[in-house]
Design a protein around this ligand. Structure first.
Ligand code: SAH
Ligand code: SF4
Ligand code: F3S
Length: 482
């Protein structure tokens, strides 16, 4: 992909109809427009991409950045100074939406002062027709709106905007298409997210993701392996395999393949040191996967296994397809097979109809599993989901009280669980210079915990052995082992 000579593409011809060639053509065309504009104003054009939401969106943003850099924009971390500001949005909870509207209002004022400025909106929020209506009406200054299914067309959409004076809107309801071999610019040189599937078919009753990300599609294993091999050749040692429910990977492929089988193939890639994945749905976590994890040398000792609630009654209303007992049994099996595994989770408080008794079940499962960490969320009503129409929405003050009690429990347990590794030595992937003290480096252990230790920048991207001197609750202070 990196070897394409965009200047050699003949722009007097029509755009090719096949992908990714069509996008290469539009990248070449956009380069021309960007360089003309840069000459006109006598400086480089700059961009700033802001990502809301999950790792999927973070990976999508890398694809946006890949295109922007290829067409000649330079990164500008300060949104206020950038010529092209993009919000890659999330709509999983109401407050994610509110943040976007708030910031968008401020951007409008900035645009008045910079006539070259483009504002682009994409991501999950744009898949909601009411959102697009609102932007068309109240935020007329936006230049470009597209959704989650056609992000691969980014270069083409930029060209459309350059060639018209109006707001460009392109949203698809769903797609069965996966376009390979598009550019992307990694945020980290040594680790990368890799999409293995898109969309979700689970329709948990509270969740909007299946509506905004479309039906589940798995990438071909050959394309995944080829991408990872390319990444490894480029210095990547750790990959994070991404999907809303990685455990159902491969079911709809022409030659079906399980997630566990895919992992075994990825394990064989020479030079790749670590494999992570996210997210695992408890209903589909197979014995085969547990077995592969137990025997793997590369799969990290960390499993994110969202429980959502400890009450079987609520789990049923959430359409999660497992009970409290089943979940605990999965946890028992995985701990038996991989004794030092770190478990993390997501929990929703205040789902419609949740009683104090249901909530006690959630506290109980938290106490039984003893998670290394848990993301706790207040239930947010998403229009169009079945739960939004359910009766007995729980009053705000009751939810807030439960949320506070849960958080306290989760934090206390997590501090206890995380400190058990004190005095051990661990393999650590060095990620960055410490934010507060430049003489320290920050690295990540297999179990996803961070450790800070004296070192220097040359270690970034390497796996080193570190002695864990002191547990500090959610992280460690350590010392490099010679
Ligand atoms: N596919 C992943 C989750 C993606 S969304 C999975 O099934 O585990 C990430 C988390 O957001 C979910 O695990 C859930 O805890 C939370 N979430 C989703 N919808 C929500 C809502 N309507 N209100 C509050 N939290 C929600
Ligand atoms: Fe949402 Fe459930 Fe799909 Fe996760 S599995 S994205 S919670 S519908
Ligand atoms: Fe948000 Fe979309 Fe991810 S709604 S959580 S960014 S899939």
């Amino acid at each position: 992909m990196n070897n394409i000579d965009f200047d050699a593409i003949d722009l007097t011809k029509e755009a090719p109809v096949t992908e990714p060639e069509r996008q290469y053509y539009y990248i070449a065309k956009a380069r021309k427009y960007v360089s003309e504009k840069a000459q006109e104003i006598g400086r480089n054009l700059t961009f700033c991409v802001t990502t809301f939401g999950c790792q999927m969106n973070a990976r999508d943003s890398e694809k946006l950045v890949g295109v922007l850099e290829l067409i000649g924009y330079k990164e500008e971390p300060d949104e206020e100074k950038a010529d092209f500001v993009i919000y890659n949005t999330c709509t999983v909870r109401e407050n994610a939406n509110l943040r976007v509207y708030g910031r968008l209002g401020q951007l409008g004022a900035k645009k008045k002062k910079n006539p070259h400025m483009f504002i682009g909106l994409c991501g999950c929020m744009m898949q909601e027709p009411t959102v697009v209506e609102k932007i068309k009406k109240s935020y007329r200054f936006v230049d470009l709106i597209f959704g989650t299914h056609n992000i691969y067309k980014f270069a083409e959409l930029i060209v459309t905007r350059f060639e018209s004076e109006r707001m460009v809107i392109d949203i698809w309801k769903d797609t069965d298409k996966i376009v390979e071999d598009l550019p992307s610019e990694r945020k980290f040189s040594f680790k990368s997210g890799v999409n293995i599937m898109f969309g979700c078919n689970n329709f948990c009753s509270y969740c909007i993701v299946p509506y905004v990300r479309g039906r589940e599609r798995s990438r071909n294993p050959k394309d995944i392996i080829r991408e990872i091999e390319g990444l490894v050749a480029d210095g990547v040692v750790e990959v994070m395999l991404l999907g809303q429910n990685v455990n159902s990977y491969g079911k709809n492929l022409e030659e079906p393949m399980t997630f566990a089988q895919l992992l075994q193939e990825i394990e064989k890639i020479e030079g790749l040191e670590r494999i992570r994945f996210m997210t695992s749905h408890p209903k589909d976590l197979s014995d085969e996967l547990i077995d592969v994890m137990a025997h793997s040398k590369k799969i990290c000792k960390h499993l994110h296994l969202p429980v959502q609630s400890g009450s079987s009654r609520i789990l049923q209303k959430m359409n999660r397809h497992y009970t409290k007992e089943h979940y605990l049994e999965v946890v028992r099996k995985i701990r038996e097979a991989v004794p030092d595994i770190s478990l993390t989770t997501d929990i929703i408080v205040g789902f419609p109809g949740e009683t104090e008794e249901d909530f006690q079940d959630t506290l109980d499962i938290v106490r039984q599993v003893r998670y290394d960490s848990a993301f706790t969320f207040i239930y947010s009503k998403r229009t169009g989901t079945p739960a939004a129409a359910m009766e007995d929405q729980v009053p705000d003050d009751v939810v807030k009280d439960r949320f506070d009690r849960l958080l306290k429990e989760v934090q206390q347990i997590s501090a206890e669980v995380c400190s058990v590794h004190q005095g051990t030595t661990q393999d650590v992937l060095v990620e960055s210079v410490n934010d507060h003290d430049p003489s320290l480096m920050t690295g990540r252990m297999s179990n996803n915990l961070l450790v800070h230790f004296p070192g220097d920048e040359s270690m970034i991207g390497k796996i080193v052995t570190v002695y864990l001197k002191e547990a500090k609750g959610f992280y460690y202070m350590g010392e490099l082992c010679k």
